[in-house]
Design a protein around this ligand. Structure first.
Ligand SMILES: [Zn+2]
Length: 150
């Protein structure tokens, strides 16, 4: 234990926090005080040991597992988002088509001419599939194709 009254300035000196005149004065003191010289030497050796400590390396196999796990999480997140987005888009499209096909007379009166013609044509023809049937079959084909991949 260093009992020298100047030893409380050693840490500040070691960290470069003293003004130049204070540093010069402490250096002069350390040259004549074995206790402070020993403590300053200890501080320097500790700093050197900490600075030269190598960072621990991760084994290559662990690094590869880590990268695969990160890739898997990223890929699953994107696929799940795309599936949700596709289902939402299909639902919105189905609702729009149903609304278009079963629009009220008041609604049909406000339709542009081309839209009213398209609705009445697809609804009036017998023997050909309606717009709802077409959309339903597109969605079911699309979903069965998606399920076939997994
Ligand atoms: Zn001293």
């Amino acid at each position: 234990m260093n009992t020298c009254e100047r030893s409380n300035r050693l840490n500040a000196y070691h960290d470069g926090e003293l003004s130049p005149p204070e540093a010069v004065e402490l250096e002069r003191h350390v040259r004549g005080c074995p206790a402070c010289a020993a403590e300053l030497d200890g501080l320097r050796r500790l700093t050197h040991a900490l600075a030269s400590e190598a960072e621990p390396e991760l084994p290559a196999s662990a690094l590869r597992r880590f990268h695969r796990a990160v890739d898997r999480v990223a890929r699953n997140g994107i696929v799940r988002f795309a599936e949700t987005f596709a289902a939402l888009a299909a639902t919105i499209m189905l609702v729009c088509v149903l609304n278009l096909a079963h629009g009220s007379p008041a609604r049909q009166a406000t339709m542009p001419v081309w839209e009213a013609a398209a609705v009445s044509e697809s609804a009036g023809e017998s023997g050909s599939p309606s717009a709802e049937d077409l959309v339903a079959s597109w969605i079911s084909q699309d979903l069965s194709r998606e399920n076939g991949h997994d």
